[in-house]
Design a protein around this ligand. Sequence first.
Ligand code: FAD
Ligand code: NDP
Length: 518
Amino acid sequence: MSTIKLLRTSSHNALRTSRGWCRHAASRPRYDYDLVVLGGGSAGLACAKEAAGCGARVLCFDYVKPTPVGTKWGIGGTCVNVGCIPKKLMHQASLLGEAVHEAVAYGWNVDDKNLRPDWRKLVRSVQNHIKSVNWVTRVDLRDKKVEYVNSMGSFRDSHTIEYVASTSPGAESRQVTSEYVVVAVGGRPRYPDIPGAVELGITSDDIFSYEREPGRTLVVGAGYVGLECACFLKGLGYEPTVMVRSIVLRGFDRQMSDLLAAMMTERGIPFLGTTIPKAVERQADGRLLVRYRNTTTQADGSDVFDTVLWAIGRKGLIEELNLEAAGVRTQDDKIVVDAAEATSVPHIFAVGDIIFGRPELTPVAILAGRLLARRLFAGATQLMDYDDVATTVFTPLEYSCVGMSEETAIALRGADNIEVFHGYYKPTEFFIPQKSVRHCYLKAVAEVSGDQKILGLHYIGPVAGEVIQGFAAALKSGLTVKTLLNTVGIHPTTAEEFTRLSITKRSGRDPTPASCCS
Ligand code: FAD
Ligand code: NDP
């Protein structure tokens, strides 16, 4: 007798077992697929592959509409093609430029005094890497037995997806049915509703494959994308200016965000504060005249740039899904889901950036997609935990954090119940090239009583993401100040500074260190 535990008999005569999904040899499925996934990005691919691994019959649609200037890309979604990966590569290229100059201080003979990056070569290298990832992704889907269709899918009804199989004019629309549908269509950059925005501006969807050197660039928006793009452009020798509508990095710890902006200013990146764009016009010399208004002083101004990059947030791609036909509830341009990522229609789910009110980050999208597949096809019950997700802003000194900001902790627990440990520090490797240590700072936001459970960790400095990742696991496991201070550091690193955090803000003591080793 089989030892496989029968968990449920599905509506199409397949058996869901504790090992996965298996089908009666003689049964005729009610639907064409067990799972159709709309969107082949981080969330959709993770979900599709995991579901296929559980034995489900899976079809994944992925289609990218070209940007207004014609940029398009392959399978893999935002992260691989126009997000995390090209961004990290450009960030690295920009850090290397700085490292070359530091190398001279360390005794390297770098002959060429006119060191400049070759933008086109960089773009080519980045794009070659992306194409190799696209190819590996397709092979992986084939190996994992996920069917892939390079078309835009939309709902005909709650179990039926409609698509056009070919881009040739007059191509007929086709339909497939599925027991479950997962919507993982992500988002795309917004454009402001002002003259010239769409025709003359570009976004993060274009910059990583941009043929032309960006030159003097106006970056509109001071969120993750705006700050990261401005910083790598500066590091590569261009002249970015950041236009800030209200505050830098809304939603992050205020002190850390202001410190990050001060670090960027020190590195020669100007900010146009409380300013909004009004119009973009092409001048006779081909450059772009941007008209703007300062919303504090109401003064109008203008300046000329070679490139205007909109980084004003992203909108969810729900418009072409025909969600009304399926009865899926939305809010703004996102899909509303419950704790199990179920939409208002129980057999339709959503994961990744398209979900309303959840972090828009790749590892979140991937884990949520995988867990959902396991719940659907392997009898698992684990839900995605969206709390205490660590994140990094990839500026030259990076900012990484996990858990609560100081403001959130105070708002939720009251100032008297919060202790903030903080300190500036001096990375050893900064001494010889005499790099500024003014913005190397970290803090732990903790409960004031008992062993002082840590609620949030914040760090500005080199390789912040690498530093915070491990602490994120510790924080999720209930890290306390007592444990942190009893942890022996690894010397000389910057991560060890967390184990030396002895000064509280309440004490009023100077958080500047006298030396690196005391
Ligand atoms: P996506 O990756 O956007 O995938 C959705 C896919 O579905 C796309 O290919 C889309 O074209 C396709 N699609 C849309 N509609 C349909 C349809 N109807 N039918 C078929 N296909 C459709 N996150 C990090 O964690 N770290 C970072 O460093 C980081 N850097 C970033 C840098 C930039 C510039 C940007 C823009 C984002 C960055 N992110 C980063 C965020 C990260 O890229 C996203 O959170 C992640 O890609 C979301 O994955 P997703 O699967 O939800 O959506
Ligand atoms: P954000 O929402 O983070 O930032 C948008 C910025 O644009 C804000 O400064 C906002 O100002 C401003 N803005 C919005 N509308 C206008 C307007 N009409 N005119 C002028 N300014 C405007 O979006 P991003 O595109 O930067 O990032 C999107 C998401 O992608 C992030 O939330 C993040 O999750 C993900 N991402 C992650 C990265 C990482 O992990 N390193 C890197 C890049 C992206 P205001 O504050 O006033 O609203």
